[in-house]
Every structure is written in C-alpha cells, then in structure tokens.
Design a protein around this ligand. Sequence first.
Ligand code: COA
Length: 384
Amino acid sequence: MAAMKLPPTILIPIEGNLRLRNYEPEDADSFFSLISSSRDFLGKFNHAESSLDEVQQMVARARQRHHKDGFGFSAGLWNGNSLIGSFSANRIRWNSKRADIGFWIGKPHCEQGYASKGLRALVQYCFQDLGLNRIEATTVAENEPSIRLLKRHGFTNEGRLRQTVLINGRFYDELAFGLLKNEWDQRYGEIQKRTTTTYSQFTLKGNNLVLRDFREKDLPTYAKWLEPGHEWQNFDGPYYRQTLPAINPRLEKRKLMIESNSFPEPRMQVVIADINTDTLIGEANCYWNSAEIFWMSMGIDIFNSSLWGKGYGREALTLWIQYLFDAHPKLARLGLETWSGNHGMIKLALRLGFKEEARIRKARIVNGERYDALTFGLLREEWK
Ligand SMILES: CC(C)(COP(=O)(O)OP(=O)(O)OC[C@H]1O[C@@H](n2cnc3c(N)ncnc32)[C@H](O)[C@@H]1OP(=O)(O)O)[C@@H](O)C(=O)NCCC(=O)NCCS
C-alpha cells in the first residue's frame, strides 16, 4: 500500500475554543514558557527541553516528521490563545495501520479534564481520519496518572518493558498499552465522532450549524440566494450593486472547485449549513488585503433573513475566526469591512471583540443616502 500523506493542516476542534493544532514555528515561545513552568513535573518521567533553542529544534523536528517524512505529527492543545499541552502521533506505519501516541499537559492545567479531552480527540482522529487500526502508548510504570488515563479510555496493558528508560541515572520499566479500532468504536461509537479538517474535506461543527466545503447539492440553493432581490443583498455591500450583481462568476468559481475537487488549503470560502438538515444557509469567506504581510479580511452572510438575530451569525463567525487564526499562524490580525447602515454586522463584530479601526465618513451611497465605510479589526491576542 502506498504511504498516505498527512494533511498539512491538522486542526481538531474539541469544544468551544479548545482544539488540537499542529505545531508551527511561532509556537516555540509558548511551548518554552509552558515547559519552563512545568519543569519539575514533566521532567520526572520525560525529557523537558531546557532552552528556547532546544524547544525550537524540537518543533522543527516535529514539523519535519509531519510535513516531509509523513511519519507522524505533534499538535498543541490550545484553549483560545493559551497553550495547555501537547499530543502526538508518531511512527505511523501506514502499511500495518498503527502508530504510537504521546501526550503531556502543562502543570498549571492539570486535573481539569484536558488530558481526557485531548486524548479522545487524538485517538478519534487517528482511527476516523487517518484510517489507523491500532494505537500504542508506552508509559513509565510509575506514572500513575498516565496509566489511569489510558485504562479509562479502553487501552489494554499488553506487557512490561524492563528498564527501557533512563532518567537522572535511574532505570525505569515501561508499560506497553494498545488499543484497537473496533474496541474504540464499541466503546465510543458515533458520539465520539469529531469533525476535522483533513485531506479534501473541511468540516467544522458548532451547535446549530456546520462550516464545510461546497458540494454539488448546494449549488441550486446557492444560485437561488444569489439571485437579485433577497434581503441580505441590501446589507452585504449594497453600494456595489446599483446594477445587477455579478452573481455568475461567484457561482462558477464554486462549481469549478467542486468539479475539480480543488479547494484551497487553507480554505478561502466555505458553506454555512444547518446542522440538522445540512442545507446551505450562508457562506463564510476571506480575502487577502496583502498576502505578503499576512493581512487578511473576512466576512459572512446568513442568506435567509428569517434566521437573523438567532445566533447563527455569531456561531459561524466564531468558528471561522478560530479556523483562520489556526490555519494561518502568521496572521497578526483579521479585518472586517462593512458600512454604518449594517447594524447587525456591527453589533456582531463588536460582540466578538472587533474594534472599530477606521470610519471613512459618508463614503458609501445606499438608496441615495450617504453612509460611513467602516473597518473593524481583531488582533490575535484579543481573540479568546
Ligand atoms: C450580519 C449577519 C451575518 C448577522 O448574523 P445573525 O445570525 O443575525 O447574528 P446573531 O444572531 O449571532 O446576532 C449577533 C448580535 O447582533 C444582533 N443583531 C442581529 N441583527 C441585528 C440588527 N439588524 N440590528 C441590531 N442588532 C442585530 C443580535 O441581536 C445579536 O446581539 P446579542 O449578541 O446582543 O444577542 C446577518 O445579519 C447577515 O447575514 N446579514 C446579511 C449579509 C451581511 O450583511 N453580511 C455582512 C457583510 S459585511
């Protein structure tokens, strides 16, 4: 069997702003500070890097394994901008569909349920998205919390490896644990299915809606909403639509993406669909103001005005912002452009922490009246 490739972006949503995201070079400072604040604790049974330089090398090695060798990946467990710990899948043997996993949680975040959440997300990802059949984990025989965690998630102790680890001049035994896909499926079944961005598929699940790639079945609904006369068009850039909107290029572009299965990585435009019916109810998009300096803006539309004011916009925008910051680690900010007559968008932007950064007075004309052009901005460190 040909070796499978790992997707360049591994982003595993867990709940709220908690997710696993593959290491990026920019993460080294956060790892160094978490490792430094947990040194005694982590160093008990593991190697704990002792300098920023060493952490940078560790991140670079993990990235080489992920992006060049395809044998494994390491992901930070992040809650908003706060690094909680790390989860890895290593030595992926695609032919026999097995891998080793490893994990640690920083001392300040222990005993808060993060390890269970991260472990479940990682295991589910390995079985569901990577198609693996067996997961192995070895842990020092005296590492009680880790052993309890593995057993609680259905791992079987398959043996004792004697004196495999040398820490501070002392040898330790390790316990070898294994978990099979059918055991996991029996235990967790469908309820554990986590949606992830992988290969050609993109799905991010919220409570009431899902952000996903365009599919063929969406095109008639999408085309209907692009026809002139819908309420949403009175709010999304109505100043561009004094004549008939340029709908066809927008539709054609999505058609082409679906037909050629060539969705940009990371995604630039995605469907907002109802979680129960999977019907397209809107679209989220982004564009570069200047790609060279990672300056990006984004926007959303909930097409059906009878759904406005019910929290869909907030949920969709929250998922989209999180995705864009995760998928583009070099983004320092996200922009959002609108106009002073779009009260829904303004309220939503302010609710999510955007700041009004520019007001170009009387720059827009809508129905013969002058309005201000508005630019909002959200810095990465302001996004929690
Ligand atoms: C702007 C838009 C995405 C907001 O989506 P939504 O689903 O209505 O948003 P939510 O229900 O999450 O509302 C977010 C907040 O805005 C408020 N809000 C929504 N519409 C409002 C309006 N017309 N006037 C004042 N406040 C409004 C909500 O009450 C809510 O406030 P809260 O957090 O205090 O409860 C949606 O109205 C839309 O798609 N409009 C047409 C297209 C468009 O304008 N896109 C933006 C282009 S810049």
